[in-house]
Each structure stands twice: as C-alpha cells, then as structure tokens.
Design a protein around this ligand. Structure first.
Ligand SMILES: Cc1cc2nc3c(=O)[nH]c(=O)nc-3n(C[C@H](O)[C@H](O)[C@H](O)COP(=O)(O)O)c2cc1C
Length: 371
C-alpha cells in the first residue's frame, strides 16, 4: 500500500489529506490538522467572482507561511472568470489549483456550478481547459467531483466524459466523492465506484491512463476514523484519501493515521486525553480569533466545540456548554470546567455522528466564500 502521495511535482509523505469543508476548513482548522500530521490541505470552495471582486473574498484567500502545501479550490461557471480566479490563487502562492465539480448546493440565479455542472460535460471541459491553460505548467491542477449527478446511466456517462478530459488536459489528480450530487451527504459513499475507476483507467499501474506522468486518484466519502483511510485504499486502490467530516473536531485522526503507517495500530485506537483535548481547544480558538476576531471566533468555534465534545466522557453536557459560547472568556470557562486534569478521553470516534447538521445545504459554500 502506498505510504506517500503524489500531486504532480508535489510529493507528500502520507497518503491522506484534509478535505475542503465549507464553513469549517479555514486556516485555523488547517493549521491544527497540519500540526497533527495532515501533510496537505484543501481550502473550502471559493467562488471565482468573490476573488475577482476583491475585498473580503480575496482577503479570505490569503495564506499563512505555515499553511503549505495547499490547494486553493475554485468554483465557477464561466471559463474566463474561473481562469482569472485561478491566476489570482497562483499569485497568492497556492501550490495546487483544485476545481470544484462536487458541491451540491442548488443552482444560484440559474447558474449551474459545483456538482450541478456535471450535467453539462462540454461546459466542464471548457472550464477545465481554461484553468489548466491559465495556470503555469509547473503548478499542478486537480479536480474534485462526484461519481455523478444521480444514478442514471447518462450521469455515469457524463462522469466518464469529464474524467477522460481531466486526464487528457494534464490534470495531476482527481478526488472522487462516491456519492451523487442528488445524494448530497446522505447514504453510503459507493467505494465500488472508486475501485471501478482504478481498474477501468489502469490507475493501479504507474504511467497508466495513456500518460507517461503519474495521475493520482483520491477517494472521498465515509472516512470516519484512521482505519477507514487504509480500508478505502485497500478496497479501492486509490492513491490517497480525503478526510472530511471525520476530521472536524478530530485532528487526532491524522496522528492516528500516521501511527498506523508507522506500524503502531494500537496507538491509532488510543483516544486523546483530556489534557490533549484542552491544549487543542485552546490552540484552535486562539488561531480562529487571530483570523476572524473574538466575536466571529466565538460563533465559529461553537460548532467545532460540539464536534470536539465527542471525545469527552460527558459529551452531552460539554456540547451544551460550547453552544452557549460568545467570547474567549466563555470558551476558557468551559475548558476550566470540563477540561482540567489528565483523565482519558472517550473511546476513539469511529462512526458518523448525527448531532448537528453536517452538510452545506444551507449554502455555506457561498457563505464561506465571503467570510
Ligand atoms: C459542511 C460541508 C462542507 C463541504 N464543503 C466542501 C468544499 O468546500 N469543497 C469540497 O471539495 N468538498 C466539500 N465538502 C465535501 C467533503 O469534502 C467530502 O467530499 C464529503 O463530506 C464526503 O466525505 P465524508 O463522508 O467522509 O464526510 C463539504 C462537506 C460538508 C459536510
């Protein structure tokens, strides 16, 4: 099984990364993920027009020196605009430019974009071509897509039309989410679909897909714990795994995945202690406050607090306390009440949690692009 991951010229020392997560994967979450072992992160989807209009959208795309290597993810519907957005991301120092063909948020002002664009494969190919041409050849481009818009044979045909173009146009990698756009985030991610692509395009053989270069396929969907990363690789043959909902409030999933890579499977089942949780909760709030200011961090960190609380033996009580947070002082009060001492945490989280809405149906892709 691969222990490294390749994205064009980039070699990453582990075969997993932090996914783009609108409303969550800001620089604060990414730095926490990196400090726990994520070798690579993707931003949330940024609308090309928000970058082109400057102001807040552009400001949100600025990068910290520690936040590399990173993919800037773009979403749009017009080849010229998305290409111009890609050039802006290159000028801001992004290492990879990723095109989003996966977001299930409904059409805005009759414009299809994200996953909905997959219904228009010719438009998608024009967008992919424009982005690849706008980005300097030495900077890898990648794409995030769903296995289809729905379960019809036409949708699968569209997927393959797009996937072939991704390889032909010189993209370095693709992340395929094994759910349809129609499924949004519900129901199982179909890993068999990922295994099928690996076989069909000969991606289990180096230099396959008719290309001398190496094309990397990453899988997404239903990665809830470190063991899932390696199970997906084993069952599907993908070259790397995107960790999404499974890493919100759970950066230890990366430490545990690294432990598995190092042959220490026992460490991967060891939950974070209360002291370790406290340290990360302090660090994450501090990073968020520096990024957004205290008031916005207070709001933003509530939803992270709820997710982090799963590791606490009194999860329900602690989650309720996090919901009431408004300020840094409130945050500290929760930590002083529930996170003193060095007791063990709750058992390692290995299953989906249904305690809070976890999709971007509320248009958070747009909201995030403006934050
Ligand atoms: C709240 C939320 C926001 C998301 N935002 C993005 C995004 O901006 N870009 C992206 O590529 N995927 C986004 N996704 C999709 C995830 O990256 C991932 O593909 C999906 O959640 C499936 O993986 P999982 O079942 O392991 O969570 C989002 C998912 C959720 C739940």
């Amino acid at each position: 099984m691969p222990v490294m991951m390749q994205i064009g010229k980039l070699t990453l020392d582990a075969p997993f990364f932090q996914a783009g997560l609108a409303g969550y994967s800001d620089a604060a979450m990414r730095l926490i993920a990196r400090r726990h072992g994520a070798p690579y992160c993707v931003t949330e989807a940024m609308l090309d027009v928000f970058l082109l209009n400057g102001g807040k959208g552009l400001k949100a795309a600025e990068l910290d020196d520690e936040d590399h290597p990173i993919a800037g993810q773009l979403m749009g519907s017009n080849p010229d605009e998305i290409a111009a957005g890609a050039k802006i991301l290159v000028s801001l120092g992004y290492d990879v430019i990723d095109v989003n063909l996966a977001c299930p948020v409904k059409k805005i002002r009759k414009k299809a974009r994200g996953g909905h664009l997959m219904q228009e494969p010719a438009d998608v190919v024009a967008i992919l071509d424009a982005v690849r041409q706008a980005v300097p050849g030495d900077i890898p481009c990648s794409v995030k897509l769903r296995r289809g818009t729905d379960d019809t044979p036409e949708a699968t045909q569209n997927f393959h039309h797009i996937f072939e173009a991704v390889i032909r146009l010189g993209y370095a990698a693709a992340t395929v989410h094994g759910r349809t756009v129609e499924q949004k985030y519900l129901g199982p991610s179909r890993w068999e679909f990922l295994a099928g692509i690996v076989k069909q395009y000969g991606l289990d053989r180096p230099g396959a897909a008719g290309e001398a270069r190496r094309f990397s396929l990453f899988g997404s969907g239903d990665i809830w714990c470190a063991a899932d990363v390696f199970r997906m690789m084993k069952e599907t043959g993908v070259h790397g795994v995107s960790v999404a909902r499974g890493c919100i409030g759970n950066p230890w999933v990366f430490t545990q995945a690294r432990a598995i890579l190092a042959g220490d499977a026992e460490a991967a089942t060891r939950p974070p202690t209360i002291a370790q949780q406290r340290a990360v909760l302090l660090e994450h709030f501090d990073l968020s406050m520096r990024l957004h200011g205290e008031r916005a961090a207070g709001m933003m960190m509530r939803k992270f607090g709820i997710k982090f609380s799963r590791h606490h033996p009194e999860a329900d009580r602690v989650a309720k306390a996090f919901i009431a947070v408004h300020s840094a002082q409130d945050w500290l009060r929760v930590l002083d009440d529930a996170y003193l001492g060095d007791g063990p945490g709750a058992a390692t989280v290995t299953t989906p949690v249904a305690d809070a809405p976890m999709n971007c149906e509320d248009d958070s892709c747009d909201a995030a692009a403006t934050v």
